[in-house]
Write a protein that binds this ligand. Structure first.
Ligand SMILES: Nc1ncnc2c1ncn2[C@@H]1O[C@H](COP(=O)(O)OP(=O)(O)O)[C@@H](O)[C@H]1O
Ligand SMILES: [Mg+2]
Length: 266
């Protein structure tokens, strides 16, 4: 545990009545990195994000964000984060620029107009800035939403399935915006059910499955969990999809997960 770890999660448990969703989740996220929490629909990704953003209380375990405990210092945690969900907070009646100015004013920041213009430029929305957000494409709306979440410069940004429901072109635009965040030193925790998204964006990938993190590593580390398959004379490297399906798939789940946890195969 060092100060480099801006998110620290230990032994997190959460049930909804009889449904045990988190059964002891552990992970850490290094400052300035992009961390992908990868899992199927219903794996508990949003539950983790809601606990980390103080919207939901865990049944057991601890979580710290930016040095503050989510259970005992929720106000400080909230000042350290922004949360962007699948459903954008953008107001379609207002222009992109007006949306940004509004948030900056609500946060009592100086020079809301300059803040808005800078963010429009950063997210390639300058030309569209004067248009009503209702006329934006899905990717533009999501980019505007991410830009809005950055007002006040939170050191930690949670993006809960930032590209779900977007077309391929829009997804690439959002990916560029997420990279842009990390390039500026923001720590990004994103959840996704898309393997290619984790593969493209994340410095580290953790797979949440059956209530626990079954693997956590860089893409290269995850790929090493599977021996390269020999196809005729060409060595084929496993894709993240191969790794994911081997660990999470119906066959051999437990054995593969155990191998992943212990790092040994006997
Ligand atoms: N408020 C709730 N009450 C009851 N069950 C819930 C609630 N929120 C989520 N769940 C259930 O918990 C599981 C995990 O949900 P969620 O964290 O949203 O998963 P994910 O974001 O990975 O799709 C799902 O089975 C979901 O139906
Ligand atoms: Mg979710």
């Amino acid at each position: 545990m060092t100060t480099q770890q801006v998110i620290q999660v230990q032994g997190l448990e959460k049930s909804y009545d009889e449904l045990q969703v988190l059964r002891g989740v552990d992970f850490e996220v290094e400052r300035g990195s992009i961390f992908a929490l990868l899992g199927s629909n219903g794996a508990g990704k949003t539950t983790v994000v809601r606990i980390l953003s103080t919207l939901l209380k865990a049944d057991a375990g601890t979580a710290g964000v930016n040095g503050f405990d989510v259970a005992t210092q929720p106000a400080q945690v909230r000042e350290s984060i922004s949360l962007t969900g699948q459903f954008a907070a953008v107001d379609g009646i207002l222009s992109g620029r007006e949306n940004l100015v509004l948030i900056a004013k609500l946060r009592h920041l100086e020079d809301p107009g300059k803040i808005a213009d800078d963010l429009l430029a950063r997210f390639s929305l300058t030309d569209a800035g004067g248009r009503r957000a209702a006329t934006y494409s899905g990717g533009m709306r999501r980019r505007l939403d991410i830009a809005m979440s950055l007002i006040g410069s939170p050191p930690v940004v949670f993006l809960d399935e930032p590209t779900t429901g977007l077309d391929p072109q829009a997804r690439i635009e959002v990916w560029n915006s997420v990279k842009e965040l990390a390039d500026h030193g923001t720590t990004v925790l994103l959840t996704t059910q898309y393997l290619d998204e984790a593969e493209k964006l994340a410095d580290r990938i953790a797979i949440l499955h059956q209530g626990r993190i079954i693997v956590n590593g860089t893409l290269a580390e995850l790929k090493q969990l599977l021996p390269p398959a020999k196809v005729e004379y060409v060595e084929k490297q496993p894709t993240l999809e191969d790794v994911f399906l081997t660990l999470v798939g119906d066959n051999g789940t437990d054995a593969a997960a155990e191998t992943a946890r212990t790092g040994t195969e006997k």
